[in-house]
Design a protein around this ligand. Structure first.
Ligand code: NIG
Ligand code: FE
Length: 409
């Protein structure tokens, strides 16, 4: 057993509801706290002095100066395995072209597909690991990563193999998702419905057999896949045993309904969700994931996070880090800005990047600091946890613990 502390404050995020609004008064804040570890799990969180008295044989790992501790963060939506760069798209958007216009003229997702297809597994592995390490440095120890820049059998499997291989080089938990249904590739001869059937027949069986992912995603949008064909596809994927997540309502509404109807674990984006659909989503068990990095990257409005929480929904916040719509990758900065625009409490933001986003990945063993949970936590050199969001991402994490061990990237 080991005690880590003393911390000026430990914000446990324990005993909070999975859904709906939260006020900061509901937060459990332990002053002068310590974390007692039993190997990779938390045994107890309490006053440092009490832990020392009650567990005299435990080893003590002192922390330097004044620090606060929070559960480590979960980024439940990223596309960080990709080749190339889309700085030119960014400049074109700022020059007045829309995301969809750029996509139609051969930029956008298709340009990342071409760069990812020519990249070797070694090259992709290196850049993906660099991005993983950046996320860990922010205090994120659980990271979802999508394929979706391969869009044929060979390259979708290549991306998923790279994500699997990355696991052997990091202690962060990586959760792979197959996003072969990101877009119908330009070199596929057939309709979008036929491409979706091709994924079901040719890609998903191999993903399953090679144990490369157990989640399937789709981009439902006028420029990608339409609601009816998407629903049929998702039901087939579900039948094959995959968990479902959806890129929904990014530019036009209608697809968060599909996500709820097929029992998706999460519906992500939702910038264009209409009020009626917010209520429908908020009553379901589908997590509503806001992606403020995409709003910032595209200059679009934010996901209606306030309305989702007020309606009782499960709100997660993720970075969507990708080369096109969300090139920043700093979830803390983005979540803090979302809070300012959507009027979210600190508790709602912290819940959205910890136990609520972990729930979106079916990982209920983390995201709070309490007995039995995975000992992943992050510390900041400050005397008040409010400073983390107040500094909008510029207060850097001091230490990151994974399975109770201090982790250096
Ligand atoms: O979540 N909207 C679709 N997919 C990604 C963007 C991918 C890209 O632009 O490369 C998103 O925003
Ligand atoms: Fe995305």
């Amino acid at each position: 057993m080991k005690i880590i502390g003393p911390f000026k404050q430990i914000v446990t995020l324990a005993n909070l509801p999975l859904r709906g609004k939260l006020s900061d008064h509901q937060l459990e804040i332990i002053e002068n706290g310590g974390v007692l570890l039993n190997e990779e799990k938390i045994e107890k969180v309490g006053f440092f002095q009490d832990l020392k008295n009650d567990f005299p044989n435990a080893k003590i790992e002192f922390v330097e100066g004044e620090q606060i501790a929070l559960p480590a963060f979960t980024d439940s939506h990223t596309h960080i395995c990709f080749g190339g760069n889309r700085a030119n798209d960014f400049a074109m958007r700022n020059g007045g072209k829309t995301y969809l216009e750029i996509a139609e003229s051969g930029g956008g997702i298709w340009s990342s597909v071409q760069h990812t297809r020519i990249a070797t597994e070694e090259e992709l592995l290196k850049t993906t690991l660099d991005r993983i390490n950046f996320l860990i440095s922010l205090g994120i120890t659980t990271i979802e990563i999508k394929s979706g820049y391969g869009l044929d059998v060979e390259n979708e499997l290549k991306m998923l193999r790279v994500i699997k291989k990355a696991r052997t080089f990091t202690k962060a938990t990586l959760v792979p998702t197959c996003l072969a249904a990101h877009l119908k590739p330009r070199d596929f001869e057939g309709s979008s419905t036929e491409y979706l059937q091709f994924i079901v027949d040719e890609i998903l069986p191999q993903v399953k057999e090679k144990n490369l992912a157990n989640r399937v995603d789709i981009f439902i949008e006028k420029s990608a896949f339409l609601p009816d064909e998407s629903k049929a596809f998702l039901l087939k994927a579900k039948n094959m045993g995959f968990e479902i997540t959806v890129h929904a309502d990014q530019f036009t509404s209608g697809s968060s309904r599909v996500a709820v109807e097929v029992g998706a674990k999460s519906a992500d984006h939702l910038e264009a969700t209409i009020d009626e659909d917010i209520l429908f989503l908020a009553k379901s068990n589908t997590v509503a994931t806001a992606l403020p990095g995409a709003s910032l990257g595209l200059g679009e409005k934010f996901t209606p996070a306030r309305k989702i929480l007020d309606a009782g929904g499960i709100l997660a916040i993720a970075s969507d880090w990708n080369p096109g719509s969300a090139p920043m990758g700093n979830l803390i900065n983005q979540a803090s800005i979302l809070a300012t625009f959507e009027k979210l409490s600190t508790a709602e933001v912290l819940a959205g990047i910890t136990f609520r986003s972990a729930y979106a990945l079916n990982l209920e063993d983390r995201g709070t600091l309490e007995k039995g949970k995975k000992a992943d936590f992050v510390t900041f050199k400050t005397d008040n946890f409010q400073n983390v969001l107040y500094h909008q991402g510029s207060l850097k994490a001091e230490s990151i613990y994974i399975n109770g061990e201090k982790y250096t990237v």
